[in-house]
Structures are given as C-alpha cells and as structure tokens.
Design a protein around this ligand. Structure first.
Ligand code: G3P
Ligand code: MG
Length: 231
C-alpha cells in the first residue's frame, strides 16, 4: 500500500511548507500531497483555503495578495511556498499529488506544469492532480490529456466509482470514514486506484489494507510506513 504525505509530513511540521515536504522526502514516501490554489493576484500558492488556522494571518488565500502571503509565518518561521518552490523541492524524487483547492483559472497552473515538465523538474508520470471540483478536472484533462486525475469524494455515490470512470480518472481519493468493500471492489473492476484520506491511526491503516486500498494519505507518513513494514 502506497503512503502519501498529507500536506507533507504535516503531523510534525507546518503543513504545506518546505520543511514538511523535506521531512516527507526523508521518510522515503511514495508521494507528497499538497493543497494548491491561486491567491488574489493569481499566483499558484501551496496552502489550504483559510489562513487563520495555519498562519499568523487571517482570511482566505484566494482573497489575499501574494505580497501579504509572503510576509506571513506558516509555523516555526516557515513561509507559505508558491507552487514553483514546492515543485523544485520535490523534483524527481517521488509522486506529486496536487489537490486543487477551489475553482480558479487554470491557465497559469497548466503553463507552470508544462514548463516544469519541459525543463525536467519532474517527469509527467510523477504527477497526479486531484480535486473535489470535478468540473475543474474535466477542464484540466482537456488541456493536459496526459495528466493523471484523482477524483476526490467524501461520500459513497449512488453508482459507486462510475463518476470517476466518466472523468477518465486514474484514481479515487475517498474519505476513510465512508469507504467500504462494495466501493473498493467496484472501483477496481473499473480499473481505478483507490486512495484513502486521512489515515494516521494504526487501526485505520490496517483496516484500509484489509479493504484492499491502494494507498493512504497520512499526516505521519514515517509512522505509517513503519506500521506497514512490520505487519
Ligand atoms: O487530497 C486528500 C485530502 O487532502 C483532501 O482533503 O481537506 O485534507 O485537503 P483535505
Ligand atoms: Mg489536501
């Protein structure tokens, strides 16, 4: 079972920061998951929706200018990285799961991805882009047909994994509290990977494995990998 570092190794380091990314890489994770959105002046930023919980600022990232964001402390003196800084930190080392946090004009995002692939910052195969906004994923797939799509859900849809197949997704990323055998089996029959979030406790890790889940997102990826390696 694959282990993705949820917002980097965010259990021990400020989430979505370069130190959380570096700690995840040191833990030899299979992938790093990061939240991505655009700020008020349209730069791609790595952060969750609100600033209040994670920084000394307040309000929403998408309503805040880059200059203000750059002045904030994201914990332990860390700054809020932009997408380029995060991609440079990961490089070719592991899978990169970018979760698009809210609807925004994706042109800049697409240009950034294409440029980095061309320059060899990372390989196409490493990238997996996910979102709860499935319309955004359809649009992205039209622009970048090669990109792997992860369809996020916090529910068991009526027709199980059919929605993700219609999106031509590579994977479904589902809340661990909703996952069940029928859903996993249906997804597998449709050729889709199933990744569960956010899985930290030993019992939950073991339950996900028993269900046949392909990967988990964990705030404590080092601990998760240790549990998986010894059982
Ligand atoms: O991408 C998996 C998970 O991160 C989705 O939700 O709120 O933890 O970003 P959230
Ligand atoms: Mg996320």
């Amino acid at each position: 079972m694959l282990v993705f570092a949820h917002r980097g190794a965010s259990g021990n380091y400020p989430e979505n920061t370069l130190s959380a990314i570096q700690a995840a890489l040191q833990a030899n994770v299979d992938g790093v998951e990061l939240d991505v959105q655009s700020c008020a002046d349209d730069y791609a930023i790595v952060h969750d929706t609100w600033l209040d919980r994670t920084t000394n600022g307040s309000g929403k990232v998408n309503q805040t200018q880059l200059k203000e964001l750059q002045a904030l402390d994201a914990g332990n003196g860390e700054f809020i990285p932009n997408l380029q800084q995060a991609l440079d930190a990961i490089g070719q080392q592991t899978m990169i799961n970018l979760e698009l946090k809210h609807t925004f004009g994706l042109d800049q995002f697409v240009a950034c991805i294409e440029q980095n692939v061309q320059q060899g910052t990372f390989h196409r195969e490493q990238l997996l882009v996910s979102s709860f906004d499935h319309h955004q994923l359809v649009w992205l797939k039209q622009k970048l047909p090669w990109v792997k799509i992860g369809a996020l859900t916090a529910s068991i849809p009526l027709h199980y994994a059919e929605f993700a197949q219609r999106l031509h997704a590579y994977s479904i990323h589902i809340d661990k509290n909703f996952i069940n055998h029928q859903f996993v089996d249906d997804a597998k029959q449709r050729g889709l990977k199933v990744f569960a979030y956010t899985v930290d406790k030993q019992q939950d890790i073991e339950d996900m494995r028993a269900l046949g889940v392909d990967g988990i997102f964990s705030n404590f990826p080092c601990h998760a990998k240790m549990i998986l390696s010894r059982s």
